[in-house]
Design a protein around this ligand. Structure first.
Ligand code: URA
Length: 279
């Protein structure tokens, strides 16, 4: 059983506060009866709830969105400092989805949002080594020594980095745009790697994650993954799982819990928070 307003919020009808207004205004029925009190509890899947005459159900279908994250947004669910979160870019009432991994406040680019905790876990856990590609505009032009260090491993405060794929793709006004492909995702990793070899990152954009490409998706916009993209992501995750786990762990309890976080579950619905990883 859970409070009606919480259920409505979880179904993506509205924020919890707005859901309370809907209830008080007599727009919500439970099993055919209008409910105006806020204390009423419902059992998801058993009680029939309508809002303005339309039946409300928990979203059980997995959702996969690609967003081009703008600067000036955090990728967490909420921020103690009150900064905007990427979730504010989705329409009000959109079913709950969560960012897969994190991008810094000032990083732009490809961000996957989903309610599929299992996929989010596989895409962000370092043991699966899913490649993420960034384009970094750095101050100055890295020489061969700097490029070699970036490629072979830079020693950071939290240990040496894994080998990375690094290339200069453009030089303009004495600065360079680097393509950097990483198979790990530590906090501010690209910025720290570049700083360690003497080149401050001026702008940073993620352009690819596994088989996904940002393409010409406009900054601040989002779209659903195509069927082909989703298949490609699932294939690569299955391959990575097979390589790492040899098939073990499939269907275990933890895996099941992670599978659809936020849909019909009261536990922490935050894949990004679960992994706590920066990608
Ligand atoms: N590396 C960074 O430094 N920042 C990001 O946002 C992502 C990767």
């Amino acid at each position: 059983m859970e409070r009606l307003q919480k259920f409505l919020a979880r179904c993506g009808v509205a924020s919890r506060r707005k859901a309370e207004e809907l209830i008080v205004n007599g727009l919500v029925t439970v099993n055919g009866e209008v409910v105006r009190e806020l204390g009423v509890k419902v059992t998801p899947g058993e009680d029939r709830v309508t809002v303005a005459g339309r039946v409300v159900r928990l979203e059980t279908e997995p959702i996969y969105l690609m967003m081009n994250k703008p600067q000036g947004y955090i990728t967490g669910n909420r921020d103690p400092q009150g900064r905007k979160t990427v979730l504010a870019l989705l329409p009000e009432g959109f079913p709950r989805v969560y960012p897969v991994g994190r991008l810094d406040y000032n990083t732009t680019g490809l961000l996957l949002l989903t309610n599929d905790g299992e996929l989010a876990y596989a895409l962000t856990h370092p043991k699966f080594q899913i490649k993420k590609v960034y384009q970094a505009l750095v101050r100055g032009i890295p020489d061969q020594t700097a490029l070699f260090r970036l490629r072979t491993g830079v020693v950071l405060a939290d240990g040496p980095t894994l080998p990375a794929e690094v290339a200069i793709i453009k030089v303009e006004a004495g600065n360079a745009i680097l393509s950097i492909g990483l198979r790990e995702g530590r906090k501010r990793q690209v910025r720290r790697m570049c700083a360690a070899v003497g080149h401050r990152v001026l702008t940073l954009e993620r352009v690819a994650m596994g088989p996904l490409r940002l393409g010409d998706l406009k900054v601040g916009h989002y779209r659903r993954l195509t069927a082909a993209e989703l298949k490609a992501v699932k294939d690569i995750v299955a391959q990575a799982r097979q390589a790492v786990e040899g098939g073990k762990g499939q269907g275990n309890a933890a895996g099941k819990k992670r599978r659809l976080l936020g849909a019909g579950s009261d536990q922490s619905p935050d894949p990004a928070g679960l992994s706590g990883r920066w990608d």
